[in-house]
Design a protein around this ligand. Structure first.
Ligand SMILES: Nc1ncnc2c1ncn2[C@@H]1O[C@H](COP(=O)(O)OP(=O)(O)O)[C@@H](O)[C@H]1O
Ligand SMILES: [Mg+2]
Length: 397
């Protein structure tokens, strides 16, 4: 059984150290583990406090290998012929070459090539578990849909001749790329693209399979990183990626005689309670703020044992969608699990791209602000009802 565990969340929340902790815990439990990071800074060697870790798996411990993805190498390997083709067309339209490269590299593309490293490890490695430390939430995940789009559009457009460059096609509105047969990109570009699409397709299959992949969210007990994690949860739900755990990291100790620290502790405690209802029914693990920087194998190991206790960190801690969107006629139905409320005790208000849901909790009202998907732009909130512990909210076009 193979497991892929991906950690994401806002910068500085502790994705890298929690990825490393999990990887050490897995290796200690006899899973042959590979940890990958695409952070531009060499954070894995900082966290493990080991020597240089580069673009090839380096042994950190028995059963544990680490690899620091170099996006430049990965882009050259996978995308250079497609990229130079797109750039050459921009250039022929009079756009400066440096700028052409900037435009042709879509947001999140660097991350996409980092994700492809998982596909490579799946193909060539014999690992039991792969842990990915993924910076910035969500961006790259949308490309997992790309093979479906580019693949089917491409095949339809070109009939028997193969695929039309789906990547180039994305830039058609700006560049006047022609879709006619006589204007096809050179065959090496098409072959490169076919290969890339099939690799993305297989990656996408593994990542959307909840028995293989879990996404775990890391946040701190503060508003900003919790909001960020909620958006990541929404995207993951939309892309069909299973989120199985939320880690609230860097929680200060509760008892303090100093009013400065007591204030922080009270604030953080409220945030943790809020997170529990916001992420309901996802399991939440609380991790303490150490009295020093969390790094080095011993500390990472201790951190993992506090988070996972005696459990197997490769477990799937939750399966299911927290939000679900179903097309319903011309509208959209949103289903959402909510904790402890009853029929007359909730209030839903929409503010632009957000939905505020107020439910009654054991200690008073709890407000959950949920980011709405882009499809609800141009729709209005029509009605809502509560069925068991699930809110059913209907948006009408
Ligand atoms: N629970 C913790 N206690 C003490 N220091 C922590 C804790 N979690 C993270 N850190 C420290 O915070 C910094 C940022 O953590 P890191 O894992 O690099 O965050 P991210 O990868 O999300 O940007 C690092 O110096 C790390 O050692
Ligand atoms: Mg990091």
């Amino acid at each position: 059984m193979l497991r892929i565990i991906i950690y994401t969340g806002k910068g500085g929340t502790g994705k890298t150290v929690n990825s490393c902790s999990t990887a050490v815990h897995l290796a200690d439990n006899n899973y042959k583990t590979l940890i990958l990071s695409s952070d531009p800074a060499h954070t894995l060697s900082d966290a493990f406090m080991t020597g240089y870790i580069g673009n090839e798996p380096a042994k950190v411990l028995d059963n544990l290998f680490a690899l620091q993805i170099d996006p430049v190498i990965e882009i050259n390997k996978n995308f250079s012929s497609i990229l130079s083709y797109i750039v050459s067309v921009f250039f022929s339209k009079g756009i400066d070459e440096t700028l052409s490269y900037e435009i042709a590299m879509l947001p999140g593309m660097t991350q996409l090539f980092s994700l492809l490293k998982i596909e490579e490890a799946l193909k060539y490695g014999d690992y039991d578990a792969i842990v990915l430390d993924m910076p910035a939430s969500g961006e790259a995940l949308r490309y997992l849909y790309f093979p479906k789009l580019a693949g089917s559009i491409g095949r339809k457009l070109t009939g028997f001749t193969g695929v039309f460059s789906g990547f180039a096609k994305m830039f058609q509105p700006f560049s006047g790329f022609s879709t006619s047969q006589s204007n096809l990109p050179p065959s090496n570009v098409l072959l490169n693209e076919l290969d890339l699409l099939s690799r993305l397709e297989s990656l996408s299959k593994s990542i959307t399979d909840s028995s293989i992949t879990s996404l775990r969210l890391v946040a701190n007990p503060d508003t900003f990183s919790i909001e960020n994690a909620k958006r990541a949860l929404m995207s993951a739900n939309l892309y069909g990626i299973n989120v199985d755990l939320v880690i609230i990291n860097k929680i200060m100790p509760k008892e303090s005689s100093d009013s400065y620290f007591a204030n922080w502790s009270r604030f953080q405690n409220n945030k943790v309670e809020e997170a529990k209802s916001n992420f309901y029914p996802l399991p939440i693990r609380e991790a303490k703020l150490y009295d020093r920087e969390l790094r080095g194998i011993d500390m990472l190991r201790e951190n993992a044992s506090l988070i996972f206790e005696n459990e197997d960190s490769s477990n799937i801690f939750y399966t299911g969608k927290v939000f679900e969107f179903v097309q319903d006629g011309s509208g959209l139905r949103m289903k959402l699990k909510v904790p402890f409320t009853d029929k007359d005790d909730f209030e839903i208000i929409r503010y632009g791209e957000q939905l505020s849901i107020k439910v009654r909790g054991p200690t008073g009202y709890v407000i959950n602000v949920i980011p709405l998907p882009a499809a609800t732009i141009g729709m209005k909130l029509e009605r809502s009802k509560l069925v068991k512990d699930e809110l059913d909210i209907f948006f009408e076009r």
